[in-house]
Design a protein around this ligand. Structure first.
Ligand code: ADP
Ligand code: MG
Length: 352
């Protein structure tokens, strides 16, 4: 059963990066353990995302790409405790309007007989045909913005920057998702397809980082596992862990960070990845604190950072931007002060 929801409407597809992000998140929401992202001409010609997730059932074909149809939300209050990435039902409808768009999908019970779906720009289902495929879904987006000449030209002009953004967001998903086989390949205009990176269904983010950035990266990293305090210290003990029974004020920052003194000639990859409860997002304020503290030990480099901020959902708002990447943290000043302190302690405790 599908529900219609008029949630804050906005542009979800604004650039290449948002296409990639929406499609990968749909695959994750569908429970995929294997995702392949394939680009043609850095995405200018095509972006294809194939997964081995649940597939889409026939009764949902008609509404799949209609605006505000989503299978992921049954009541408005679900928004409060959102477990899936998607909930607006806007990505596929936008892609219909902005690209040459098709979907191939197959349920486990139907394999190996799946369907290829084509859509009108309005999102209305135009045709279905039977194809031989395995369980899962493949979404193909060709010629993004082909019908909007100005935006298309701008995309082509900025492709270098766009492409870097795309790769860095793909790195983030590849590193944070354990138990997922994730591969990214690109075929240039003239030339053959090359795998850019792939993860192997690892159980740890460490192994993911090795797959994505190479084993050398690991040599300079130390584990990050900080607990941040939000309450003033004198009252912290009784109020820190619970409020109203299950609302925790505990914040954990987990992941990996460069050891400040890691020897001459060892270049840290210039990567800084932040997540909130496992969701990739930009956290410039957090990055700033990491960089400042790190610089006080090693002025010549900036650190590799992989940091997942784990905190109760009542301590932040995700619903502030259509692409859900900017997150509003409550009590941020105190969070950052506490981060600064704990990071200094961590670096201090390292054997140089
Ligand atoms: P949302 O993710 O917000 O629900 P989308 O427009 O991204 O909206 O997707 C619309 C619907 O299409 C989803 O709710 C889901 O039911 C279905 N869908 C999209 N991609 C996939 C996929 N890879 N596997 C299974 N179902 C999918
Ligand atoms: Mg979605």
């Amino acid at each position: 059963a599908r529900t219609i929801h008029q949630i804050q409407s906005g542009q979800v597809i604004v650039d290449l990066c948002s296409v990639v992000k929406e499609l990968v998140e749909n695959s994750l929401d569908a429970g995929a353990t294997n995702i392949e992202v394939r680009f043609k001409n850095q995405g200018l010609d095509a972006i294809e995302v194939q997964d081995n997730g649940s597939g889409i059932s026939k009764e949902n074909y008609d509404t799949l790409a209609l605006k505000h149809y989503t299978s992921k939300l049954s009541t408005y209050s679900d928004l409060e405790s959102l477990e899936t990435f998607g909930f607006r039902g806007e990505a596929l409808s936008s892609l219909c309007a902005l690209s040459k768009f098709s979907v191939t999908t197959c349920l486990a019970s139907d394999a190996p007989k799946g369907s290829r779906l084509e859509f009108e720009t309005s999102g209305k289902l135009r045709s279905t045909s039977v194809v031989a495929v395995q369980k899962g879904t493949t979404v193909l987006v060709e010629r993004l913005f082909h019908n909007l000449p100005v935006r298309r030209r701008e995309l082509e002009r900025n492709i270098k920057r766009e492409w870097n953004k795309v790769l860095s967001v793909l790195n983030q998903y590849a590193c944070i998702q354990t138990g997922l086989k994730f591969s990214v390949s690109q075929q240039p205009n003239k030339g053959k397809r090359m795998i850019l990176f792939s993860t192997k269904g690892n159980q740890t983010t460490r192994e993911n980082i090795v797959n994505v950035f190479g084993a050398k990266t690991l040599a300079v990293l130390i584990p990050l596992d900080l607990v941040l305090e939000l309450e003033p210290t004198n009252t912290s003990t009784q109020r820190l862990t619970t409020r109203g029974g299950n609302e925790s004020k505990l914040i954990r920052v987990r992941g990996h960070v460069s050891r400040p003194a890691h020897g001459e000639g060892r270049q840290t990859p210039d990567r800084q990845m932040f997540f909130v409860n496992g969701r990739p997002c930009g956290l410039p304020q957090f990055a700033k604190v990491f960089n400042e503290v790190y610089k006080s030990y090693n002025a010549s480099q900036s650190p590799f950072i992989f940091a997942d901020i784990q905190l109760d959902t009542h301590l932040y708002d995700v619903n502030v931007s259509p692409d859900k990447r900017s997150i509003l943290l409550h009590d941020q000043t105190r969070m950052l002060d506490s981060l600064r302190e704990s990071l200094s302690t961590l670096f201090e405790s390292q054997d140089y």
